[in-house]
Design a protein around this ligand. Structure first.
Ligand SMILES: Nc1ncnc2c1ncn2[C@@H]1O[C@H](COP(=O)(O)OP(=O)(O)OP(=O)(O)O)[C@@H](O)[C@H]1O
Ligand SMILES: [Mg+2]
Length: 246
């Protein structure tokens, strides 16, 4: 048995007096895709944000690549570089070109040299079909194109884990497929370890090794992907899938 890449153990999260996440525990093995499903407000985004240090949590531990992560700022800095995150809104700097947006992290934060990073970034741009746009500004791109750049920007830091939070939620339907295809290739071709929040159930079915079903801030079940979509264990999850017309 190899050590999981990420272990979350008894994590508790509150905002002021409101308890949001209760006793969250799960493992994620390297190369695995874990999909986080659940109704709106169940705590999916909050959980992802706790995992890469965007939110503090009150109790529980994270273990990443065998190292226990406490709330110390220094550790989080290192961890954040190993965990890439892409959100619904892409947050590219409007006054910087595509290439400048992507190079910022590897050059300024990771202090890597332009000569080593540039070929890697060009390869990534090629992979997502955006090579011709390296000198474009974000305003010249469609939503789907911006989202592909946001994915490249995260990958350029060479993360060991990628977190995706409803990355297609604000895209026109025809662009959704392009972006989902890229995420699927990351899993299939590059065996990227991923935690994915999505409301696209067909996509979730195709990509999930495991499904974590969350409701009311608690894990209701963790089930292998194929089994979950055939027949989830809990009635909460059965109702959820039915409500998604699945
Ligand atoms: N900064 C915050 N301050 C206080 N409460 C918050 C904050 N962010 C989220 N919450 C609350 O935490 C709960 C979980 O929110 P979260 O955004 O994690 O849900 P979600 O599962 O991602 O929902 P959705 O599917 O709509 O994105 C909600 O009740 C929300 O109102
Ligand atoms: Mg959310």
């Amino acid at each position: 048995m190899s050590t999981p890449l990420l272990t979350v153990s008894h994590l508790e999260k509150s905002y002021q007096k409101t308890h949001i996440l209760h006793d969250i525990s799960f493992d994620l093995d390297a190369g695995e895709v874990l999909t986080l499903l659940g109704p709106s407000g169940s705590g999916k985004s909050t959980l992802l944000r706790c995992l890469n240090g965007l939110e503090a949590f009150q109790a529980g531990t994270l273990t990443f690549a065998g190292e226990v992560i406490t709330q110390k700022a220094k550790q989080w800095q290192q961890l954040r570089q190993q965990i890439g995150m892409v959100f619904q809104s892409y947050d590219l700097f409007p006054n910087r070109t595509v290439l400048e947006n992507i190079l910022l992290g590897p050059l300024k934060v990771q202090k890597r040299s332009r000569e080593t990073v540039l070929p890697e970034v060009e390869k990534l741009l090629q992979q997502v079909g955006m090579r011709d746009y390296r000198d474009a500004y974000p305003r010249q791109l469609s939503g789907g194109q911006k989202q592909r750049i946001a994915i490249v920007r995260a990958l350029a830091l060479k993360p060991r884990l990628m977190l995706f939070d409803e990355v297609t939620a604000s895209l026109d339907p025809e662009m959704v497929r392009d972006v989902l295809t890229i995420i699927r290739q990351l899993a299939d071709t590059h065996q990227m370890t991923m935690l994915v929040v999505t409301h696209e159930m067909d996509f979730a079915q195709q990509i999930s090794d495991q499904v974590l079903f969350l409701a009311d801030g608690r894990i209701q079940e963790q089930t292998p992907g194929p089994q979950f979509f055939k027949r989830p264990q809990t009635s909460r999850a059965q109702n959820f899938l039915a409500s998604m017309d699945f």
